[in-house]
Every structure is written in structure tokens, then in C-alpha cells.
Design a protein. Structure first.
Length: 446
């Protein structure tokens, strides 16, 4: 008998005392059989969803929102909790700090939209419910007294470390093409292999991924990218012909250098920090810049995430040559500390992946540490004067105040000792002369 959290056994007891069947299913039992503590708990029952909500009162937190069941077909809900969610029979039940999803036994109809079944039929047969699921390792159910129900030999595939679909693989991927990425993600997560039939079916149906919204494609791909065996998962993506559906015209990389970088990235990406934005940037940097920029737009990233990905293409070379105090301060001033932090982390990951020297990274670390220790100014706000001081001294006014402050920042980047009010006011008066302004970072020796 497997040890279960008391909250799960309590949920199961309440449902069974109502005269219903209930089992642990899908990814939860898969992980338990692998000796992994489940992050999510999935139960299945022949209790109607309305009855589950009644049984748990406030503890039944309504029908599930847009979250695919691990191992189930399609998506149980899409944000319309009281209609779509109940239609697919999924209810969230909270006990203490633990939340479980209780799904009704069901048989799925056709998938005309390649996402959800057109109709579902609730059933009392647990094996009929298991038959609609995606992979054999997710088609297992467990009950503490009744034991394991495994009609598709999922335990054998767990032992053999294989990803195999339940039934005809082409049919399964036609129903929901996102299962292709989920299968590869599972392989990367668990260090499993794809069966030949599963891989062949992925190759034949990969084009259907283009019918899925980019948000859903990207989200599943990003989950794949941060698995423990992301390199293996990416190799499977290449074999299954799915990268075109993620990166469109970007893939495959064209130039010899880009191809070499891509091959080495796949080989060594597991060395990189398990951060989705850093790993995505490493991947996009393998592509020609113009196409990569187009891919960033098409990936439909958030505004902030897209900004960082573009910075990786536009500013990495600038950061590479920021090897002294002045250039490093200018880089941070012009682009922001957040961009510097991201690109500096990215350069560290490049060193791990491509086995390049790290002296520039170490040099930047010591330079920035010295800048901070000495409290050397970087931003306008760090200056010993502000716009009011310039106006009161009668040096500049209006729009020229901002221009003067920018010039003074540039000056103190090179000569931080000038960051006192008297010296900056004196320098500001001198910079009113266009020639002196142009040569503001030069000292002439008599």
C-alpha cells in the first residue's frame, strides 16, 4: 500500500461514503510509482461534479479553470468555470494546504477543434475513463484497498522507461496535437525514450501544432525547455519535426556557425541554469538575428520578456566589450540594471554551454563591485546636483536642463571625482560651449 497524504485519503473517504468510486489517477499515480512526491493530485470518480461540489461545500472550489489534466484528453476548462469546467466534470477540492482535482469518469467524443472533445459521456467504468488518456504511463489508477488498475501496461512502460500512447498514436495526436509536446516534455522530465510508433506518429502529425494557439504551444515548449533532460527533449523535438511549429521560419538555423552553435547547445543545454528565459535566449541566439526578432514577436511573449529577448540579440556584443569602469557604467545607464543582470547571466550560461573563457564575466564582477563600493554615480539621480540647481545658477533652462544632466552623467562616468555640487556647476557652465560639450571627456594638458 502506498502512503498518501491524509488530505487525499479524507477526500477519497468522503466520496466513497456517498456510495461512489474514486481513484488516484494520471500523473499522481505515475509519480508515486516512480518514487516521486506528486506536485498535483488528480482523482477520478463516478460522482457527478455537482455532487462533488455538494459533498465538500466551501472546500469544493468550483470547476477547474484552463488546465489540462495530466494524461487526460483535451482541456477540461477554459476560464468559464461553471459551464465548460462542469461539462468536462472536473472540480477542485481543497483540504488544508492541499488541493486535488476530482474528474468524473468519462468517454470523450471526436476532437474537431484539436483541443477539446465535441462531447463527453459520463460513465461508471474506470477502464473506459483510462482509455481516453494520452500515454500508458498516465493510464493507471490506484485505490488503497483495491490496488492498481493498469489495463494498458503502463507499469511495464514505466519500468522500461518508455513514452507510448494509449491506442493508435496518430489518432491520439490528431485529437490534441499538444500531446506531442507533452510527450516529449515527459521524456525530458523523466529521462524516458519515445517508442518508435510514437515518434513516427509525432513526425506525421507535427504540422497540426500550427492549428494550436501560439500561447499554448509556447507554454508547453517552455515547460519542456526546463526539464532535467532538456537536451534530450530538444533532440526529440528535432526528430519529431516540431520546432518549425514553435519558431516558424527561424528553424532550422542556416549558417554554418549557427548550425554549430545549435548542435552544441542541444548537447550541453543541461549545463545551463534551469531558467526558461535564459534557455530560450540561448536557443534564439542560434538563429539569424532578423528571423529571431520575428520569432520573438510571434512567440507572443509578455512585453517585459520580449524586451529581454531582443536585448540578447541587440546588446550582447556591447556587453562583451564593456571591460572597464566607464563602458560598464555607460552600458547600465543606457540599458538599465535589469538588462545588465539578464545579459550577464546569459553570458555565464554561454560560457557553460560553449565552454568559452570566463575572464570577461569575472572582470565585470570585480569592476561593478568596485563601482558599488566607491558609490560611483551611474544615473542622473546619483548626481550631486539636479535640474533646479542648474536653473537657479542661471546655466540652462527648459528642455536644455535634461540635456545638460545627461552630459554631466557622461562626465562623471569617466571622472567620478567631479561629482560634487561646485565642480558639477563649474563643469555645466563650461559645457554650454558646444566645442567643450563635444570634447567633455577629454582633459587637455598645457
Amino acid at each position: 500500500m502506498m502512503r498518501l497524504p491524509k488530505e487525499i485519503t479524507e477526500i477519497m473517504r468522503i466520496i466513497e461514503e456517498d456510495g461512489r468510486q474514486v481513484y488516484i489517477v494520471g500523473g499522481s499515480i505515475r509519480d508515486l510509482l516512480l518514487g516521486i512526491q506528486p506536485e498535483d493530485w488528480d482523482l477520478t470518480s463516478n460522482a457527478p461534479p455537482e455532487r462533488v461540489e455538494e459533498l465538500f461545500g466551501n472546500g469544493g472550489s468550483g470547476t477547474s479553470d484552463d488546465k489540462s489534466e495530466d494524461g487526460a484528453g483535451g482541456t477540461p476548462g477554459d476560464g468559464t468555470r461553471d459551464s465548460t469546467g462542469r461539462r468536462f466534470g472536473v472540480v477542485r477540492v481543497k483540504r488544508g494546504d492541499l488541493t486535488a482535482e476530482v474528474a468524473a469518469f468519462r468517454i470523450d467524443g471526436n476532437y474537431s477543434d484539436h483541443r477539446r472533445p465535441d462531447e463527453v459521456i459520463f460513465t461508471d467504468n474506470i477502464e473506459e475513463d483510462l482509455a481516453r488518456r494520452d500515454f500508458t504511463i498516465n493510464g493507471i489508477a490506484y485505490h488503497p484497498q483495491k490496488g492498481i488498475i493498469d489495463p494498458f501496461n503502463g507499469r511495464k512502460d514505466l519500468k522500461d522507461r518508455l513514452i507510448r500512447t494509449i491506442g493508435d498514436p496518430e489518432k491520439r495526436f490528431n485529437e490534441d496535437p499538444l500531446r506531442i509536446l507533452r510527450g516529449i516534455r515527459l521524456a525530458g522530465q523523466l529521462d524516458f525514450d519515445l517508442t518508435i510508433d510514437t515518434l513516427n506518429a509525432m513526425q506525421k502529425t507535427a504540422c497540426l501544432l500550427e492549428q494550436i494557439s501560439m500561447d499554448r504551444r509556447r507554454t508547453e515548449f517552455e515547460r519542456l525547455l526546463i526539464t532535467k533532460n532538456a537536451g534530450k527533449a530538444l533532440r526529440m523535438c528535432v526528430s519529431a519535426n516540431v520546432l518549425n511549429a514553435i519558431f516558424n521560419d527561424c528553424y532550422p538555423p542556416k549558417g554554418r556557425t549557427d548550425q554549430g552553435d545549435f548542435s552544441m547547445l542541444i548537447q550541453n543545454i543541461d549545463r545551463a541554469r534551469c531558467d526558461v528565459d535564459l534557455r530560450l535566449a540561448l536557443l534564439l541566439l542560434c538563429f539569424e538575428k532578423k528571423k529571431a526578432m520575428k520569432a520573438i514577436d510571434e512567440l507572443n511573449l509578455s512585453k517585459e520578456r520580449a524586451r529581454m529577448q531582443r536585448a540578447a540579440h541587440n546588446l550582447m556584443m556591447d556587453l562583451h566589450f564593456a571591460v572597464d569602469k566607464y563602458s560598464l557604467k555607460r552600458f547600465i545607464y543606457l540599458n538599465g540594471q535589469d538588462v545588465y543582470d539578464f545579459l550577464n547571466s546569459l553570458s555565464k550560461q554561454q560560457r557553460e554551454v560553449y565552454e568559452t573563457p570566463g575572464f570577461r564575466i569575472e572582470s565585470r564582477y570585480y569592476i561593478l563591485d568596485e563601482i558599488k563600493k566607491n558609490r560611483e554615480p551611474i544615473y542622473v539621480e546619483d548626481l550631486a546636483i539636479d535640474g533646479n540647481d542648474l536653473i537657479e545658477a542661471g546655466i540652462v533652462e527648459g528642455e536644455k536642463v535634461g540635456e545638460m544632466l545627461k552630459m554631466l552623467v557622461d562626465v562623471v562616468h569617466r571622472f567620478p571625482g567631479l561629482n560634487t555640487k561646485p565642480k558639477l556647476l563649474k563643469k555645466a557652465k563650461a559645457l554650454k560651449n558646444p566645442i567643450r560639450a563635444k570634447f567633455r571627456n577629454f582633459y587637455f594638458v598645457k
